[in-house]
Design a protein around this ligand. Structure first.
Ligand code: AMP
Ligand code: GLY
Length: 439
């Protein structure tokens, strides 16, 4: 099979790495790809937003299956364009992609379907939104309705902060038409976890839970980023909690979309806050998470290409996923200054040394190849994933590999997985306490 992957980040490198292991694959393309993906796929210089360009390429090359990484292409309707011409593509239709493309759509859908989420109101007019925040309780969260490259969410602790967020979104239009509407919602407390499910519109399989680390600094301090690391499985998700998440969130979402005539085919990503009242949805994404995918796929033993083909053919009920029982940890190495301004073009060394470790993969997120050198080319540069027996060993292995890699002003968090360790220690302590009769 000839496969085309759309996108250029660490997520797409992890997808390319996994798909290239399939015996069904004959040729792999990636548009536009990056310096790491180029080692396993033919990179084609077409941007992910260029739906027409991608369509023409897929048609000309007789691509058998296209796999879409980023939300922009999905929200722009790439799946509808391909499907109308009979080209097989893995991802949701434009209508179903509104679960990510419009927060108002997603919130109203959850409300209709009784899916647990923060209490909210939506506003089309800034005056009404301002009046609302003047008498609201704080903290609260202001969100731009449309896609904002992960920057459209403002957690506000005062009226002034909320008004400033409204001004940026609705008056200055920093996210353009994505700010025509806003959602204002209750601020949820708890621990975040990412649950990904692959669906054919009717059936679905849930991937192993992962936990992202969104803030730039250790201990979850500093501004939000695209994600600084992840580990899988997320210790916080017990079998019982996963059942709850399935019954309250995943099943009603897949069923609800189907009943409303917009079946969801592709990857449903539920970003959840797990608090005292159980899991609540913070956001839906309609694609693989990044960096979660870099932690999840190295543990997947099943052939992902087969799974995607089953999803495209409405036969996911015949699929059971097999997992490596070990734990994975992915540490993102970023350019100093990210998520603000940063420099590009720094030479990366130590990649071969890092790959000498067994069960370590280095996924490229923002790199490019120039002559024989690999240079930095983005804010998030690499994702280093290691596997180990249990979280502690996986953390150790991953950081050993990370230490081999160098580039000028390289920055990474040193506490990826630490929250999971604490969780494991707490429950171990509780178990021991129970055994000893301590309360
Ligand atoms: P989103 O793009 O909706 O996932 O929001 C990005 C991040 O903002 C989330 O990962 C959370 O850390 C935070 N966030 C979003 N909504 C809420 C909420 N209602 N309460 C608390 N934190 C939130
Ligand atoms: N890791 C967050 C996201 O993929 O949106």
């Amino acid at each position: 099979m000839k496969v085309l992957i759309v996108g250029s980040g660490g997520r797409e490198h992890a997808l390319a790495w996994k798909i290239s292991q399939s015996p069904k694959l004959t040729q792999l393309f990636c548009a536009p790809g990056n310096g790491g993906i180029a080692q396993m796929a033919e990179c084609v210089d077409i941007k992910a937003e260029d739906v027409e360009g991608l369509f023409k390429f897929a048609k000309k090359m007789a691509i058998d299956l296209t796999i879409v990484g980023p939300e922009v292409s999905l929200v722009a309707g790439i799946v509808d364009r391909f499907a109308a011409a009979g080209l097989m593509i893995f991802g949701p239709s434009q209508a179903a992609a509104r679960l990510e493309g419009s927060k108002v759509f997603a919130k109203e859908f959850m409300h209709r379907r009784n899916i647990p989420t923060a209490v909210f109101q939506s506003f089309k007019k800034i005056e009404a939104a301002r009046r609302f925040v003047e008498q609201a309780e704080f903290p609260l969260v202001v969100k731009a309705d449309g896609l904002a490259a992960g920057k459209g969410v403002f957690v506000c602790s005062s009226i002034d902060e909320a008004k400033s967020a409204l001004d940026q979104i609705m008056k200055q239009k920093v996210f353009a038409e994505a700010g025509n509407c806003v959602v204002i919602e209750e601020c949820l407390q708890g621990e975040e976890v990412s649950i990904l499910a692959i669906s054919d519109g009717e059936h679905y399989v849930i991937l192993e839970p992962a936990q992202d680390h969104k803030r730039i600094f250790d201990d979850d301090l500093g501004p939000n980023t695209g994600g600084m690391g992840a580990y899988c499985p997320a210790t916080i998700v017990s079998a019982e909690l996963l059942e709850q998440i399935d019954a309250r969130v995943i099943e009603p979402t897949i069923r609800g979309m189907q009943r409303e005539g917009i079946p969801f085919r592709g990857v449903l990503y539920a970003g959840l806050m797990v608090g005292k009242d159980g899991p609540k949805v913070l956001e839906f994404n309609v694609r693989f998470g990044d960096p979660e995918t870099q932690a999840v796929l190295p543990r997947l033993k099943s052939d992902l290409l087969e799974v995607m083909l089953a999803a495209c053919a409405n036969r996911l009920n015949q699929v059971k996923l097999n997992w490596d029982p070990r734990t994975s940890v992915c540490v993102v190495m970023s350019s100093g200054g990210y998520p603000g301004d940063y420099e590009k073009g720094k030479e990366i060394s130590g990649l071969e040394q890092a790959l000498e470790f067994e069960d370590v993969a280095v996924f490229h997120a923002g790199t490019r190849k120039q002559a024989n050198k690999i240079l930095t080319d983005g804010g998030r540069v690499l994702g280093v994933t290691g596997l180990g027996q249990g979280l502690e060993k996986a953390i150790e292995k991953t950081y050993e590999a990370v230490e081999q890699i160098h580039f000028d002003r390289c920055f990474f968090r040193r506490d990826i997985g630490a929250k999971g360790m604490k969780k494991a220690e707490d429950s171990q302590f509780k178990k021991l306490s129970r055994m000893k009769g301590v309360t």
